[in-house]
Write a protein that binds this ligand. Structure first.
Ligand SMILES: CC(C)(COP(=O)(O)OP(=O)(O)OC[C@H]1O[C@@H](n2cnc3c(N)ncnc32)[C@H](O)[C@@H]1OP(=O)(O)O)[C@@H](O)C(=O)NCCC(=O)NCCS
Length: 167
């Protein structure tokens, strides 16, 4: 058991369940966490706009058959969320793909992200999808460590170089 923000909590107090309409503001409030490990050369306001857009789109799609969003709830409080959907790999195979994952800073380090990702994996398994993929920032040490500990391996690596401008 731990004391966080004056509330005594333990693992049993945090429930992972499907997203509901009332969770919208709580999930959106976590969108800014998705900006934390984006490459420093990207414009912060544009990164935040994009992150909020991804989260809004994922919540809007959560009712569709091939999309899902799960929240970690401590009572009425949304303390984390994950989105997952079906995505076509270039080989033609259907994969599951984790879209966004975030946990409130106040609730970090309690295994909530691990439980959320495992829930996304269970969703994928229930749909017969053989692989689950996720893209994350190269510098995002916490996320990379989380995924590595859950058995994820690098498949593609994106490289970036600034272009010397000629106009
Ligand atoms: C990454 C994130 C989701 C982890 O959430 P969390 O609930 O604190 O993570 P957990 O408690 O489930 O930790 C599971 C594992 O993740 C890794 N991890 C989590 N936080 C870490 C940190 N600050 N530094 C290094 N590794 C970390 C560890 O491997 C940890 O296992 P351990 O506890 O046995 O060491 C959270 O830090 C977050 O929301 N970050 C910002 C958003 C983000 O980066 N999302 C991922 C984009 S794909």
């Amino acid at each position: 058991m731990a004391c966080q923000d004056g509330v005594m909590t333990d693992r049993a107090d945090v429930r992972i369940r499907p997203f509901e309409a009332d969770d919208r503001d709580g999930v959106l409030a976590l969108a800014s966490r998705l900006t934390e490990w984006v490459a420093a050369w990207r414009e912060p306001p544009a990164v935040l706009r994009a992150a909020q857009g991804w989260v809004r789109d994922s919540m809007a799609a959560a009712g569709q058959d091939d999309h899902a969003c799960f929240v970690a709830a401590a009572g009425d409080l949304v303390v984390g969320f994950v989105t997952v959907c079906e995505q076509r790999h270039f080989t033609g195979a259907k994969d599951a793909c984790v879209g966004e994952l975030a946990v409130s800073k106040a609730w970090a380090g309690r295994g909530i992200a691990r439980r959320l990702v495992r829930t996304a994996e269970t969703w994928a398994a229930g749909r017969g999808l053989p692989f689950i993929t996720v893209a994350t920032g190269a510098a995002n040490t916490p996320a990379r460590s989380l995924y590595a500990s859950l058995g994820y391996r690098e498949e593609d690596v994106q490289l970036t170089k600034p272009v010397a401008q000629t106009r």
